[in-house]
Design a protein around this ligand. Structure first.
Ligand code: MF3
Ligand code: CO
Length: 261
């Protein structure tokens, strides 16, 4: 069952997502060679709590951290660690959730660590473009399959592959609600999208094969061929004509300046 949110509920969802957006920008200030992913997790958690919110991911199904930090061949759900140091040339997806007033926010951005080779920057750019093309389809009267179709078309025509096993999701009082938002799809297929639906769209796009494996920690999702993967996520409210993006990359842009792709 897909819950339709009232305008009051969407106000709360916007507030939680704006906290997530600002937390990602705060973390971005510290992304550089030599920093550990555990340190970034602490920055994120402290920021979320300073806003009177709670990290959505911490203890979710036993997840042990506040952020998911996924480096290079890690697709999503990388667990922050004191052992993991970022290096020049890495790409790092930071996924953040915040819970306040009974509603969750959820957004992710893939950052460059120092100078990153063009091939990787192109992967990131295509993934982010695919997210916005998906969002263009997230309007009242459209079908869920149109989102996946737009994402898949954009990425596959550029020679990349789309992860199938992990998907976006409805979001509200729960971090994960119906529907599942696949990053592949058929035009005109799937449930009708209606004003008041709120969904997180999160393409995970690989440079090599689409296949993934889950590491022994039970969380870390990486590409089977160990080639890099990029991930961007926004939470959006379905509306007539144009979706409202409840999260934002604007604060990140202020921090990373001309390194914003
Ligand atoms: N954005 C991710 C998702 O929606 C983050 C969830 S991580 C978890 O799946 F730890 F909370 F599961
Ligand atoms: Co999500």
């Amino acid at each position: 069952m897909i819950y339709l949110k009232t305008e009051e509920e969407i106000d709360f969802l916007r507030e939680s997502n704006q906290i997530v957006a600002k937390a990602l920008a705060e973390v971005a200030k510290f992304i550089q060679p030599g920093v550990t992913t555990k340190y970034l997790d602490q920055i994120g958690e402290d920021f979320i709590r300073s806003c009177g919110a709670v990290p959505s991911f911490l203890h979710y199904n036993g997840y042990p951290a506040s952020l998911c930090i996924s480096v290079n061949e890690v697709v999503v759900h990388g667990i922050p660690s004191v052992q993991q140091v970022l290096h020049e040339g890495d790409i790092v997806s930071v996924d953040c959730g915040a819970y306040k007033n009974g509603y969750h926010g959820d957004s992710a951005y893939t950052f460059c660590v120092g100078e990153v080779r063009e091939e990787l920057r192109n992967l990131m750019k295509t993934t982010k473009e695919a997210l916005y093309l998906g969002i263009e389809q997230a309007v009242d009267g459209s079908r869920l399959g149109n989102i996946g179709y737009a994402v898949q078309q954009h990425c596959q025509t550029r020679g990349y592959t789309v992860v199938r096993e992990m998907v976006g999701h409805g979001i509200g009082r729960n971090l994960h609600e119906e529907p599942e938002v696949s990053n592949v799809g058929k035009r005109g297929a799937g449930p009708l999208l209606k004003t008041g639906m709120v969904i997180a769209i999160e393409p995970m796009i690989n440079m090599g094969k689409r296949n993934i494996v889950i590491e022994n920690d039970g969380w870390t999702v990486r590409t089977s061929d160990r080639k890099p993967s990029a991930h961007f996520e926004h939470t959006v409210a379905i509306r007539k004509g144009k979706a409202e993006i409840l999260s934002s990359f604007d604060y990140i842009k202020e921090v990373i300046g001309d390194r914003f792709i």
